[in-house]
Design a protein around this ligand. Structure first.
Ligand SMILES: NC(=O)c1ccc[n+]([C@@H]2O[C@H](COP(=O)([O-])OP(=O)(O)OC[C@H]3O[C@@H](n4cnc5c(N)ncnc54)[C@H](O)[C@@H]3O)[C@@H](O)[C@H]2O)c1
Length: 123
């Protein structure tokens, strides 16, 4: 099946895990995929495997969100969808439940997701 033929999809947090698997599945369906992740080496590996594009991207940065959308537009001519699954699942963070985690996690899960899905291409 190629149900997403030539659709342009950004995957925010696409370097590993669910994001990487989703990137590959989207590509199998014919989508052109842009992988954004703070782990740029793994983002490149995921993107290279599916003839996609990648960018070092922090979901908590509005400028990075804008840059990710603009990469989709410049490389593939538009943007049809965003899948956002970026999350800090490192062992240093998980289970720690410190005060800073309580500030960071909502930032990534709430405003980060809002920011990464509310950008419009500038042209
Ligand atoms: N894996 C599962 O079975 C499962 C099940 C249910 C829910 N989840 C949830 O789904 C989410 C993703 O899980 P996963 O297993 O794919 O984790 P993962 O750690 O493999 O993937 C998360 C990705 O987000 C990236 N990332 C971290 N901080 C970032 C930032 N500031 N900006 C951009 N990218 C950033 C990481 O580099 C990584 O590539 C988590 O919230 C997890 O709790 C996972």
């Amino acid at each position: 099946m190629q149900g997403l033929n030539d659709k342009v999809i950004v995957v925010a947090g696409g370097a590993t895990g669910i994001g990487a698997a989703t990137s590959k599945r989207l590509a199998e369906e014919g989508a052109k995929v842009v992988v954004g992740d703070i782990n740029v080496e793994a983002a490149k590996a995921t993107a290279d495997a599916i003839d996609g594009r990648h960018l070092r991207f922090d979901i908590t940065s509005e400028a990075d969100c804008k840059a990710l959308v603009e990469l989709a537009v410049t490389e593939f001519g538009g943007l049809d969808g965003v899948f956002t699954v970026a999350a800090d699942t490192s062992k240093e963070t998980l289970g720690r439940d410190s005060e800073s985690d309580l500030l960071t996690v909502p930032s990534m899960s709430g405003s980060g997701r809002w920011t990464s899905t509310s950008r419009e291409p500038s042209s």
